[in-house]
Design a protein around this ligand. Structure first.
Ligand code: HGY
Ligand code: MN
Ligand code: MN
Length: 412
């Protein structure tokens, strides 16, 4: 592959949906910014003679079927183009651009696949707009029912079907795994969202699995009041209960992280908070905060969340506030397909193997029974979900060639 193929695509895509004030991306599902990225993908697929198909959930697949190939039993690769608020350039797009560039490599090699290759782009993987991660792949696999999706609202209160219709599209949610034509494998390339590959000085690695993780909405309710005339002893301030809960969550996760054994470790983050009425000189009436919690196994995750909720309720009782907690999305642990990974190791060699604490569409497809694997590309700083997320161009090209090797192994 001429490196210009990757570099040219990267440069074109990098300009879309970027906020010049922060340098971060705001490619939210069913917005003009993401539609521009989807149009870019359509153009690049067309340039390669790939056949584009879409489901009613907002997911798309571009098929490479050189020659008279059967439709079924293909291999799927790809990732997502949507981002978190002020996300980086690589999380998602690296997998899509690398998949297109890998087709260029296979063509240059003169590879004659015996089965079709689909490049998939899943929508709302980050859940940044409607709060549910991997929304597109969950709808596709039936892990999320259409009537549940129809109730989802974004921060402005726009309901999901309205958002889809506002883009001139017809919301037709529902299981659509047939779009992938009964695939024999799904291989997703993704930037590593940690430093494991940097620490072992390797450009590419293989994923062993995904930690269980989820999102819980905490609603703390107190009594709105005047910030000046209300004595401290008379307050029922939900901001206080929230603040103590955030501290307790951080401490509990840090204690788990210093635990013993391979499987130890946990993460707890309150990254999004909404305060009402949100006035400088007013004691809050309600504070809504989202907990993102993750742990090495499901027992550890349940124990982590239970402990945080117990401490939050205890604190609420002392503060005279009330607390309601709703699990918005919980994703079970994923162990990627060992036979598929072993086959890739035979072709790619002994790449470093690592679990990830980040969720991915590959995890949703694996849970739905599609043999799945993930290739990670080194992230020198480990920073992700931030404009400073970065991968060296040489490592990106190493990722493209590793993906091309993996696909050639599976397609021939
Ligand atoms: O949040 C995650 O785990 C992933 O980046 N969607
Ligand atoms: Mn992400
Ligand atoms: Mn991602």
């Amino acid at each position: 592959m001429r490196s210009t193929s990757f570099e040219a695509m990267w440069k074109d895509l990098a300009a879309l949906g970027r906020d010049p004030r922060t340098g971060g991306y705001r490619r939210y599902a069913w917005t003009p910014a993401l539609r521009a990225c989807e149009s870019w993908f359509t153009d690049e697929a067309g340039r390669r003679g790939l056949t584009l198909e879409a489901d009613g959930n907002g997911n798309a697949v571009a098929w490479w079927r050189p020659g008279p190939l059967r439709l079924e039993g293909g291999v799927i690769t790809g990732s997502h183009l949507d981002s978190v608020p002020d996300g980086g350039a690589y999380d998602g797009p690296l997998g899509v651009v690398s998949a297109l560039a890998a087709v260029d490599v296979l063509c240059e090699r003169g590879v004659r696949p015996s089965r079709p290759l689909g490049i998939a782009v899943f929508i709302e993987e980050e859940g940044a707009r409607f709060g549910l991660s991997c929304l597109g792949s969950r709808l596709m696999t039936g892990a999320l029912a259409a009537d549940q999706a129809n109730l989802l609202r974004d921060a402005d209160g726009t309901q999901l079907p309205e958002a889809v219709a506002a883009m001139g599209l017809e919301p037709r949610f529902g299981p659509s795994l047939d779009l992938l034509c009964d695939p024999v494998a799904f291989v997703e390339l993704h930037i590593e969202q940690g430093r494991a590959l940097a620490d072992v000085d390797a450009p590419v690695g293989l994923a062993t699995g995904i930690w269980p993780h989820g999102r819980w909405r905490f609603t703390f309710t107190g009594e709105a009041n005047h910030a000046g005339t209300t004595r401290m002893a008379d307050r029922r301030d939900p901001m206080l209960t929230y603040a103590m809960t955030a501290l307790a969550a951080n401490k509990r996760a840090r204690l788990a992280e210093t635990g013993t054994g391979e499987g130890s470790g946990a993460r707890a983050t309150f990254g999004r908070v909404e305060v009402a009425p949100n006035g400088v000189n007013a004691i809050a009436g309600t504070v809504t905060a989202w907990l993102d919690a993750r742990a090495a196994d499901e027992t550890a995750l349940q124990s982590l969340v239970d402990d945080i909720m117990r401490q939050a309720h205890d604190r609420a009782a002392r503060d005279g506030t009330t607390l309601a907690v709703v699990a918005e999305s919980v994703t079970p642990a994923v162990a990627f397909d060992e036979r598929l990974r072993a086959r890739l190791v035979r072709r790619l060699g002994d790449l470093p193997m690592l679990p990830t604490q980040a969720g991915h569409d590959a995890g949703i497809l694996a849970t739905a029974g599609v043999p799945a694997a993930m290739l990670f590309v080194r992230n020198p700083t480990g920073v992700s979900h931030s404009p400073t997320e970065y991968a060296d161009p040489a490592d990106c090209l190493a990722g493209v060639h590793a993906l091309a090797d993996a696909l050639e192994e599976l397609l021939t």
